[in-house]
Write a protein that binds this ligand. Sequence first.
Ligand code: 6R9
Length: 632
Amino acid sequence: MSSRIHSFAGYQAAYQKSIKDPEGFWDEIAQTFTWRQPWDKVLDWNFEEPRVKWFVNGKLNITENCLDRHLKTRGNKLALIWEPNDPKERFVRYTYRELHEKVCQFANVLRNNGVKKGDRVCIYMPMIPELAFSVLACARVGAVHSVIFAGFSANSMSDRIKDAEASVVLTSDGLNRGAKQIPVKRVVDEALEDCPSVKKVIVVDRLGWAVKMVPGRDVYLHEELQKVDKNCEAEEMDSEDMLFILYTSGSTGKPKGVVHTCGGYMVYTDYTFRNVFQYDESDIYWCTADVGWITGHSYLLYGPLLAGATTVMFEGVPTFPDPGRFWQVIDKHGVNIFYTAPTAIRSLMAAGLDHVLSYSLDSLKVLGSVGEPINEEAWHWYHIHVGKERCPVVDTWWQTETGGIMISALAGVTPMKPSHAGLPLPGVQPVLVDQNGEEITENETEGYLCMKFPWPGIIRTTYGDHERCRLSYFSTYKNLYFTGDGARRDENGLYRIIGRVDDVINVSGHRFGTAEIENAINQNRHIVESAVVGYPHAIKGQGIYAFVICGDEAPVNEENLRAEVIETVVEHIGKIAKPDKIQIVSGLPKTRSGKIMRRILRKVAEGDTTNLGDTSTLLDPLVVDEIIQGAL
Ligand code: 6R9
């Protein structure tokens, strides 16, 4: 089963092959998996529609590849190590055999509760083992999982449930987050007030709380488990059957449901996992991402389990009980490969070196970063103090829509350079284009980052609205997938990702559309209009800066008004989208045609008002002076 590259020459050979004969390249890799029926054709594609099909007519179940096929050789090997929020609580470990059994039982519970192939199941759960079981249980019965990060509000959940027309919700009574406990079931109850598609709610008892259970709708997982058997035949799926929907923010309107399918996603996450992290059979691997994001899907669950690895799942936060927690967990479980986000690195860096220096970190071999550009200072700190200059750092660039890592060093094999994602993975064909969509072929240039050929993990559609998928990703530049990111290519062809070039901001590695936050703010009864931009933030990467216009009846006390606006955003999106700064203004800089000139607002938010560029087309240039005067 080894499709692992071991040397730079090996990378170059694989890359060349993947460009010259992409179908032959992926065909060989796909053969290392268990299929119920082989494919007739490797690839069928057209970016204009868009239509992308990999391993056409192949039949499989991804969980047979994550679990069953490992039983013979890895049955007693650890599959999952669960580390609780509170270090005083006992951690739990599951072998492949035990995980297989847990997933089968959960899958039987789903079937008993009416879940069938193709049904959409919404999962709103903390980082507990049942979250892993539930995702895989959906895949086993052919249901489409839609995991919603447990920090999203009831409103966000209900929008997503309605969009996917989910029939079942899997959740827990509450969750632990550092020193706090948060009611989860209550949020679900509120979300379900206007979600008629949901017929069943299955509740995990995490905290032993006596939560409200709606008769006929809500059942407890532990009670349902009493009724089922431990064998569960996996549903046969087509390569292009939906595996999951994951909602992500774009530059306009509501979050869209990115759809991934069974065959291609399986092949891509496994291949990229092994190669980027240079995974060895005995490695203990830890990805700190929440399963509510794509990183948790691809590199906490599917990728590592497909590879037969031991994956660590952590319920808590990096700073509880103190900012040494990550390092303590690494020593405790002997973690060899560690994958986290720049925002976490920066916040731990700010907490002081002592926390890191009190742990040995001897087990570490490879470090990874994901979610946003990693600044040089954080890169060096990570490399020197965590990796002791011994561990390669892989800065992995990819997106919810790409399913898996696209541009990254292969640890210790291809070049790493601070703040650079590096070279494209085999099978990935990036191009930089200018405003007119013309390809820029020279190095040492910047452009809009696009892909000119499909890879197996590419987005297939946006759920329920294929046209939106075409418009968002395949219509900006002809015959190219547009990432929404700007990038620079250096003299050796290494890519450095600059950041989003659309109206998406990246806050602590989480994506939000500025329009999405504005829509939430505008729900507040005192707000007439708002404009949101991102600005550089020392820990979060980008912070959220909101300019708001108030109505006549707004509170005179500005602090009260700000608190209210924040409350509205928390209610409509969740705590993770709270504006960091709210400036009350009497007007916004608009062109005569009514468009907000965000360029000016961005400059103000960045604190750089020296060169605002041409403001002559503004309807009311005076408003700019007022905004500059009042900048926070
Ligand atoms: C995996 C994930 C995708 C956006 C992407 C880009 C930014 C992700 C990055 C990075 C620079 C990296 N991004 N990884 N920027 N260097 N290594 O994060 O998916 O949540 O969909 O975000 O995140 O801007 O377009 P997702």
